[in-house]
Design a protein around this ligand. Structure first.
Ligand SMILES: Nc1nc2c(ncn2[C@@H]2O[C@H](COP(=O)(O)OP(=O)(O)OP(=O)(O)O)[C@@H](O)[C@H]2O)c(=O)[nH]1
Ligand SMILES: [Mg+2]
Length: 453
């Protein structure tokens, strides 16, 4: 699922930050965004590559690189795994966060889904806090139009103070404008960080100022000092592990910074914050800001079709009905695959095994010795005939059915329904999709094998 040597490059996992520039003035642009918002589709359209895309979250699991050329300059695009947050909860989110912080991109293009902008804005605000080199691409405009969602793009641009473009990447609409704006943006000087977008409650702001005073220079180039101060306050262990891993330094070796951190933490503890309530407050402030901006820029005409979609969503992800519907669909897919595969399986098997006796006769007629005929016909050919007649028909039925479920958008709902169960074994709901495929493939093959025996 996305992790092929063809789509990723053989050494993608060795060091996800190794980007070889063919010219010193090559521009590196990271493609970030929530899962399933069309990052890889934009990446493929701009670079002409074939990164895996599909209608479920978590297809891209590590960085993929590709290049497009404009005005004789190379623009290296890095397709990051989807992330809901840069407070990472999964390995893919950590890969995305680490590239934004340590990969030194010249610009970050955040791709958003126009049909659920409010949720997407949470990540946008988090990334804007890290670096000013951010541009926004509101994708899925075709779907937004269908759902009668209207987004005031000039106002959004004004509120976020970053360039915003719209696109429907699947139909390749808006991509020329995106490329032009991206090229202009990467060539323009960076905005400064005078006014932060999100202001936290007073004790947190004071604590940030205390740490910033001990943080004379940012040890992460391109990264906002205010954000580093916030992370120092937030005890973000995974970020510090990242700094040690990628930069081989420990910021807290600096005695004055350590003293500032201790003072700041004492200040917020006195204000009644614990480690957990501080994190909750940081997230709450971002969510509140996203909500405010969303309400200002988005208007939706809630037509009957939208209502129908919402009711369907409720039914499919409901605690009571979600799992039974999922199991029934799984059984239906299984039933259609097995019964549907029976006829072509029988046909293929009689065809291939009928051919076997003719081949055997021909080998004997041609005087080929038994020790060549036996392994070739009774061994290799017979195994191949079994595999083709048993496996091919069920797979040819199962995968199109699975694709239909994917295109109807049912698979992300399955992942959502199973997330809390999978979390108990320290994984996430997305895992169930690959498990579905493996389980059905095995069951179908075994059943077909038993039926055909
Ligand atoms: N209708 C519509 N579908 C789109 C658009 N852009 C992408 N898609 C579809 O959305 C699905 C997800 O696209 P991807 O490019 O794989 O999304 P991604 O953001 O890379 O997903 P992850 O790698 O999981 O983070 C695919 O089925 C695409 O064909 C668009 O503008 N409109
Ligand atoms: Mg992707």
């Amino acid at each position: 699922m996305g992790l092929t040597s063809k789509s990723m490059g053989m050494h993608a996992l060795d060091n996800p930050f190794t980007i070889v520039k063919s010219q010193p003035d090559d521009i590196i642009i990271a493609l970030a965004g929530n899962p399933n918002v069309g990052k890889s589709t934009v990446f493929n359209s701009l670079t002409g590559l074939n990164q895996h895309t599909g209608n479920w979250a978590g297809k891209t699991v590590t960085n993929a690189h590709g290049v497009f050329k404009k005005n004789s300059r190379n623009y290296i695009l890095v397709d990051l795994p989807g992330a809901y947050s840069i407070f990472p909860h999964s390995a893919e989110e950590e890969v995305a966060r680490d590239f934004i912080c340590f990969g030194n991109p010249d610009a970050i293009l955040i791709v958003c889904d126009a049909t659920c902008l409010e949720r997407n804005l949470n990540l946008v605000f988090q990334i804007i806090e890290v670096t000013p080199c951010v541009m926004l691409c509101i994708n899925f405009m075709d779907e937004a139009k269908k759902k009668q969602i209207d987004i005031n793009l000039p106002l959004l641009e004004q509120l976020l103070k970053i360039p915003v473009v719209s696109s429907s990447a699947r139909n390749r609409s808006g991509l020329t404008d995106l490329t032009n704006q991206l090229v202009n943006f990467s060539a323009s000087p960076r905005a400064s960080y005078e006014n932060p977008h999100i202001l936290y409650p007073e004790p947190i702001e004071t604590a940030i100022k205390i740490i910033s005073s001990g943080l004379e220079h940012s040890f992460l180039s391109n990264i906002n000092k205010r954000w580093i101060a916030l992370k120092l306050l937030d005890y973000d262990d995974s970020l510090w592990n990242g700094i040690t891993r990628h930069l081989h330094l420990n910021p807290l070796d600096d005695v004055s910074l350590l003293a500032a951190c201790n003072e700041a933490r004492k200040h917020i503890e006195q204000a009644g914050y614990t480690k957990e309530s501080l994190r909750d407050e940081l997230i709450r402030s971002i969510v509140k800001k996203s909500e405010q901006v969303y309400q200002q820029v988005v208007t939706q005409n809630t037509s009957s079709s939208c209502q129908r979609q919402k009711s369907l969503d409720k039914l499919l992800t409901n605690r009571v009905s979600g799992i039974p519907i999922m199991l029934s669909l799984l059984c239906l897919v299984f039933y259609l695959t097995i019964t549907g595969a029976n006829y072509p399986s029988k046909l293929l098997s009689s065809l291939l095994f009928g051919l076997e006796s003719h081949l055997s006769k021909w080998f004997r007629y041609a005087g080929i010795t038994e020790w060549i005929r036996g392994p070739l016909i009774d061994g290799a050919y017979r195994v191949l005939a079994w595999v083709v007649s048993v496996m091919l028909p069920p797979m040819a039925i199962f995968f199109p059915l699975f694709t239909l479920l994917e295109d109807f958008g049912y698979l992300p709902r399955v992942a959502f329904n199973l997330d809390h169960i999978f979390k108990k074994s320290c994984t996430c709901g997305k895992q169930c999709l690959s498990m579905w495929i493996v389980a059905i493939c095995y069951t179908v093959s075994l059943t077909s094998l038993l039926i055909n025996l």
